[in-house]
Design a protein around this ligand. Sequence first.
Ligand code: SF4
Length: 350
Amino acid sequence: MEKVQWNNDELVDKILLKKQELGNQLIILTHHYQRKEIVALGDFVGDSFELSRKAAADRQCRHIVFCGVHFMAESAAILSQPHQIVQIPEEEAGCWMAEMADTPLVEPAFEQLESLAGKGAIVPIVYMNSDAELKAFCGTHGGIVCTSSNADKALKWAFEKAEKVLFFPDRHLGHNTGYALGLTAEQMAVWSPHKPFGGNEPEALRRARLILWDGYCLVHTRFTCEQIENSRARHPGAKVIVHPECPRELVAMADASGSTSRIEKYVKDAPAGSTIIIGTEINFIERLASEYPDKQVVELHRSLCPNMFKINLANLLDTLENLGEKNVVRVAEDIKAEAKVALDRMLALA
Ligand code: SF4
């Protein structure tokens, strides 16, 4: 049978009707980087961890639909209550950065580092942008999860426990946080996962305190220092803020750097009439520009996350029409329990 094609207005009407029918049994979570028509239909917009906690805290809610990438829906499943079911509108919406590290690669790296530094001398820190198994790995190996808002606190916490930290998968967030805490270039080493000792001389690893997994976000590594120079020339007096997933030289050159919530606050607190140039995902920047029309909010460069963009009105409606069935995101109970240990350590940082 030929599939009926609805136009956007019809899709929106159908989604709104479904929301009305389901009332407080349904929560639609939308990440900051979702397109505007999806954000408009969500119950909450925010970063992945904040959204997952909100849904899990709502006892009435039975169905959680996460409009974001896969690791985000998985985090919601880890934190969910037993009666809640988490779904993602598009199963193929993965995250490139999260896919750059997995347990079969991280486990031997950790073992090699322990063989040099000694057992218990290294604490693993995993960025939220990772699969559930890596969060569980941190739970069982005395480690912690971090977000881009609390990476500094997580790093301080880890250095109180051990001499060295293995930080994965985002090399740039680790690098920027290490610098901010006063580490020098010699105290940080980059671990290339497919090379023995991560492509380092054993002596360099013995010296290093922070070992950074060679993972990165393709959206945040498209920005360049030249773009900052050109933007400043076009907008004299403007402030530049970039996400800490950007390379070090960008962060050093910008006026500020921070997570999505920090960027949002930076725009909110800026005086009316000011110009703010932002280096992060374009959908988020465009939404900030429309929410703060008294300020000029411009992109450093147009960088879109194609994975986030895989969520659209059609697959959101399809999920709502197949609640509890299609693209259900499940995490095995043992992985969930171990991952929660690492997430609880992060919560205790606050
Ligand atoms: S913006 Fe980068 S880190 Fe975020 S989901 Fe897209 S690929 Fe992953």
